[in-house]
Design a protein around this ligand. Structure first.
Ligand code: FAD
Length: 580
């Protein structure tokens, strides 16, 4: 689909007042300061009319018309090319599924997401019903509920849904921002992955079935509650207490950030009574058979957030909620990192790529439609450069996300945490690469996304910050949240440094760089390798001294450059293929 070009968009010869193209602003007054006469003369010369008109015919219609009809998949040959390059033999299925869903995601779900984002439609909690019973019901608008139901009806977590189809659908869905589906989707993905591994009782198997196959056409929604008031980064410091019962557990204490509070089930971290280890549990939201009675917890407050506003995020108090243990209690932390957080960090990278893709597409179309000083703004070299940067970042982040997902899928037993001596060295190294790349991508893509969305908004000028002119302000606010949850950047930077420190004898950093960047310019690889060797030789990023401060600053910049180099290679590989 073409973007709205000049010939289609010229609403009339009437433009906003200003100097005709190519003329400095001073040129519109004559030697006597006679502004109007000078403009008339120049307008006559250049056929630019800037005369008063009480019936100003200016219209955004050509741009809106384009936006109404654009398809996220069919109109994006680059995305098709990336998918064909990285999805391997699943490509025909992916292509078919994306085209089949294209209209739903690009029109219907986009519109539902827009409608649900109106401030008056934000979710709220109804604590009591009319009969003085505490219900803590999360009230969400009809648009959000419809959107969720239809997106979950795609059965993304059904065992027969190919992994690449799931990924592509998520990429397309994420172009609509959070919309109270992005977070629930990935939380459900994490829940399913945990249950596939650890469900071992009728209750947990039933939950797995509800998530994967649905019940009466309704698919379960998952959430994950890890963060507590004393610190979200430091999960080992969790205080929530788990008390063993007969065949299940009871939870006591509180969680401070609980998104997707309307979910059917939540993965919850808690410490078994009297121990220091963090265990993992699945907690149903409701008492079985009593859909209006919460399972041993209260939703005390919904947070007032800057981004992901359509998504409820609550503070919850547990007073004996029935919970089912997932996996060995002493392995809860390892499992939450290797399974739940791996999937959600991969998703942050993917959703950053999706948001940037939409922002770049809409900014380009608007810049080709909008005129200033007698020409489409896309022609101004400053703007042309910014659009190029925006598209370049969107593309490299997309290609990087697809490449990393391929490497993740190729790992044997891909969600296994830790590095086992029992595995061959090559597999151990690949596992380590993917682990570090997942964190590198999370911080780099999330940071690039906020930068690029801000840039995209600037292409729209003042309209860029109008909440009802385009989705960009909403995507920007969502992107700010993406930077913080699933491991804020400092925590992940520290973790990557610590990992590389620990393995530097068996897997020297310069070899890691070489393995991450096969085929890249050897001189650039050598420079990055040398820099990483030097930074990682510093014992840790914890000591509050001047040297550590310098190393920490350099480490942050280095990690971004390393991830960008990986993404650039991923992009070059995809672009070498002929267009589909
Ligand atoms: C909108 C929203 C929704 C959320 N939903 C959920 C949810 O559903 N479930 C859930 O469990 N959590 C959720 N979170 C919580 C989120 O995961 C935490 O905010 C995050 O983990 C950080 O924890 P904190 O806010 O307590 O910050 P802190 O842990 O207090 O960190 C503050 C700062 O210190 C830095 N820092 C901390 N430790 C280190 C370190 N070792 N080295 C260097 N720097 C460090 C951090 O990078 C950060 O910059 C949500 C957050 C938001 C914003």
């Amino acid at each position: 689909m073409r973007t709205p070009g000049k010939s289609e968009t010229r609403p009339s010869k009437c433009r906003l007042a200003g100097p005709p193209s190519g003329l400095p602003r001073g040129a519109v007054t004559d030697s006597h300061g006679n502004h109007t006469a000078a403009i008339r003369r120049l307008a006559a010369q250049e056929e630019v009319m800037s005369l008063p008109d009480r019936h100003n015919p200016y219209s955004f219609e050509p741009f809106l018309e384009w936006r109404r009809n654009v398809r996220y998949y069919a109109d994006d040959p680059f995305l098709q090319q990336v998918a064909r390059h990285y999805c391997g033999e699943q490509w025909p299925d992916v292509d078919r599924a994306a085209r089949e869903m294209d209209r739903r995601v690009s029109v219907r779900w986009r519109d539902l997401a827009e409608e649900a984002s109106q401030p008056e439609r934000r979710p709220y909690v109804q604590h009591f019903d009319a009969h003085a019973r505490r219900i803590d019901r999360i009230v969400r608008p009809m648009e959000t509920r419809l959107l969720e139901q239809e997106v979950f009806a795609e059965a993304l977590f059904h065992p027969e849904t190919p992994r690449w189809v799931r990924l592509m659908k998520m990429f397309l869905i994420y172009q609509n921002g959070e919309a109270c589906v992005a977070c629930p989707l990935v939380c459900t993905e994490g829940l399913v992955a945990l249950l596939e591994r650890f469900a071992d009782s009728p209750a947990t198997l039933r939950i797995l079935d509800h998530c994967r196959n649905g019940v009466d056409g309704r698919f379960a929604v998952g959430a994950q509650y890890l963060s507590e008031i004393q610190g979200g980064s430091d999960v080992p410091a969790n205080r929530l207490e788990a008390v063993p019962g007969e065949g299940d557990w009871r939870l006591y204490g509180s969680k401070f950030f609980c998104s997707a509070t309307h979910a059917d089930y939540a993965v919850v971290t808690a410490k078994p009574q009297g121990t220091e280890s963090v265990a993992l549990f699945v907690v149903p939201a409701w008492v079985p058979g009593e859909p209006r009675q919460r399972n041993g917890h209260t939703v005390d407050r919904l947070k007032w957030k800057m981004g992901t506003c359509e998504l409820p995020t609550a503070e919850i108090a547990f007073q004996g909620a029935r919970a089912y243990l997932l996996g060995p209690p002493e392995r809860g932390l390892a499992n939450v990192v290797s399974i739940v957080l791996t999937l959600s960090r991969l998703t942050v990278g993917l959703s950053a790529a999706a948001s940037m893709t939409r922002a770049a597409r809409e900014a380009r179309a608007y810049a080709e439609f909008r005129e200033a000083f007698g020409q489409p703004i896309a022609r101004f070299p400053l703007l042309a450069g910014q659009l190029g940067r925006l598209e370049g970042r969107a593309r490299r982040t997309t290609a990087g996300a697809f490449r990393l997902y391929r490497e993740f899928l190729c790992l044997p037993d891909r969600l296994r945490g830790g590095l086992s001596d029992k595995e061959p060295a090559t597999v151990r190294r690949r596992r380590f690469q993917v682990r570090e790349l997942v964190m590198l991508q999370k911080i780099t893509a999330a940071a690039d996304c906020t930068d690029m969305l801000r840039l995209a908004m600037s292409v729209f000028g003042g309209h860029g910050v109008m909440e009802d002119f385009s989705a960009l302000p909403r995507l920007y606010r969502d992107a700010a949240v993406n930077e913080l949850w699933e491991g804020p950047r400092n925590v992940l930077l520290t973790q990557i440094h610590r990992d590389c420190q620990r393995t530097r004898e068996s897997y020297p950093p310069r070899e890691l760089v070489r393995d991450l960047l096969p085929g890249a310019d050897p001189a650039a690889v050598a420079d990055l390798g040398e820099e990483m060797d030097r930074l990682v030789s510093h014992p840790s990023l914890f000591a509050p001294d001047a040297v550590t401060l310098d190393i920490s600053q350099a480490w942050e910049g280095f990690c971004h450059r390393l991830m960008h180099a990986y993404q650039d290679l991923a992009l070059q590989a995809a672009e070498r293929d002929p267009q589909p």
